[in-house]
Design a protein around this ligand. Structure first.
Ligand SMILES: [Zn+2]
Length: 104
């Protein structure tokens, strides 16, 4: 397990976790308890990748997010089937269930 992202904002940590999950990368957040005022010694909320073999991919996603590119996941997208517009964090159409089209 390896740390790929640290932020002073729990919201950022959650965004990165969601981005990783969208790529099939399992992760967890540490120091969530900051919210309840129980800050641990090492401080900020951080995102940890469970599978070491996915750390490289996870780090590139996290650094993309940190540089402001992926907030979160890029741009909104339009369902090719029903035309519904979605926020970037959704990976499938909530209207008709069509998977988000590949952008790359
Ligand atoms: Zn749709």
């Amino acid at each position: 397990m390896k740390k790929v992202f640290t932020s002073c904002s729990l919201g950022d940590a959650y965004c990165v976790k969601a981005l990783l999950e969208a790529e099939g990368i399992g992760s967890m957040i540490r120091n969530e308890s900051l919210l309840q005022g129980q800050a641990t010694v090492d401080g900020h909320p951080s995102v940890w990748v469970l599978d070491d073999s996915l750390v490289d991919a996870a780090e590139s996603i996290a650094s993309k997010y940190a540089s402001g590119e992926g907030s979160p996941g890029g741009r909104s997208w339009k369902c090719p089937k029903c035309g519904e517009l979605h926020d970037p964090q959704f990976t499938a159409c909530w209207q008709c269930g069509t998977d988000r089209p590949e952008e790359r």
